[in-house]
Ligand binder design. Structure first.
Ligand code: G6P
Length: 369
């Protein structure tokens, strides 16, 4: 069994370490920087169809839903198209607004989640265009959608999703870029600029993995907390949700993800010296806002675990733990900040002695309602 896990103690850890390779595979054959273009082989939709899209929905469950929230940000920014994000079990029963000019993107690692499959069928029944972002090739959702973007992450065995998530984010970045390009919101030069950070991404992910041992030490220090808060703004907000979900799923510690700016409307009441607050604050346009949120936490004796950008840690001041990731663009940073989220949850779970790859009550793929 150890051999199956490639020498790693758990599938989850193996899959965390596979991410640089997985992301390279998501990108393979799809980037044409010289021409300033993205090629998505299975998309199966003409440029004309993509130009006719008036509304875009992204529908998913669980971790894939967190990727969807990131996708909204990326597509609205690059394609200037309004995006609605839905949880599949909500979308399917809401008589959703879908017509022939609506593109519904279904995200599913397994391609078999019952609610997501039902949402796809609902969107199709209403005459909408559908595209799946799936990992499992020839899965039901991949087969029934008009087009598919495979993430090519390779088999994911650990119930807690890791490499499937980061490759979904990358696939969404490619879709956003392609939509922006086809719809005339991005020219070839800009497209090339936006491809650039993807080329160094696998290497930067390797660097982010180098914090593993340090994160293990942090895990030891914080493992006894009963509640964790995860905060981030913009694209880091879905990563905060995902960080909290990872911790809940495998360590059984209560955790909540929140948009950092919304903290003052509720969660701030929970903060005291017993509540670690994970701050996702890579350098970006809202960096200073994140710092002032951090000060609000410190003023209430909260313990801060900051995830920041190498070379941009000075303004953070005193933090209880600091993890850095390499510098990249705001749109790519979530792929890097996801890595310490996974490692922190993983090490806390291992220290607590839970069944990391098969957490209680959870299934890898929920094929019944
Ligand atoms: C289950 C898994 C999660 C996953 C979710 C959606 O809850 O435990 O890890 O994110 O299903 O799965 P999907 O295969 O549709 O992405």
């Amino acid at each position: 069994l150890m051999a199956e896990k490639g020498g790693f103690k758990h599938f989850m850890l193996k899959e965390i370490y596979e991410q640089p390779r997985a992301v390279s595979d998501t990108l393979a054959g799809r980037l044409f920087p010289e021409r300033g273009e993205i090629f998505l082989e299975g998309l199966n939709l003409t440029d004309e169809q993509l130009r006719g899209v008036e509304k875009l929905n992204i529908v998913a469950c669980g971790t894939s839903w967190h990727a969807a929230l990131g996708g909204k940000f990326l597509i609205e920014k690059m394609a200037r198209l309004s995006v609605e994000v839905d949880i599949a079990s909500e979308f399917r029963y809401r008589d959703p607004l879908v017509d022939e000019h609506t593109l519904t993107v279904l995200i599913s690692q397994s391609g078999e989640t019952a609610d997501t499959l039902a949402a796809l069928r609902e969107a199709k029944a209403k005459g909408g265009i559908t595209v799946a972002i799936c990992n499992v090739v020839e899965s039901s959702i991949a087969r029934e959608s008009d087009g598919v973007i495979y993430t090519h992450a390779g088999p994911e065995i650990g119930v807690a999703s890791t490499k499937a998530f980061t490759t979904q984010l990358v696939a969404l970045y490619l879709l956003a870029l392609h939509l922006g390009r086809v719809r005339g919101m991005i020219d070839a030069v800009r497209c090339r600029e936006l491809i650039e950070p993807l080329l160094s991404l696998p290497r930067k992910m390797e660097q982010a993995l180098e914090s593993d041992e340090q994160i293990q030490t942090i895990a030891r220090e914080f493992m006894h907390a009963r509640d964790f808060l995860y905060l981030g703004r913009g694209l880091q907000y879905p990563i905060a949700l995902e960080g909290a979900l990872k911790l809940k799923e495998i360590s059984y510690i209560h955790a909540e993800g929140y948009p950092a700016g919304e903290m003052k409307h509720g969660p701030i009441a929970l903060i005291d010296e017993n509540v670690p607050v994970v701050f996702l604050c890579p350098i970006n346009d809202t960096f200073e806002k994140a710092i002032s949120n951090m000060e609000e936490v410190r003023a209430r004796s909260g313990r801060v675990i900051a995830v920041a950008t190498e070379g941009h840690v000075g303004p953070l001041g005193d933090v209880d733990a600091l993890i850095t990731v390499p510098e990249t663009t705001d749109e790519i940073a979530p792929v890097l900040t996801s890595i310490p989220m996974q490692l922190l949850a993983y090490h806390i779970a291992v220290l607590k002695g839970t069944d990391v790859d098969q957490p209680r009550n959870l299934a890898k793929s929920v094929t019944v309602e």
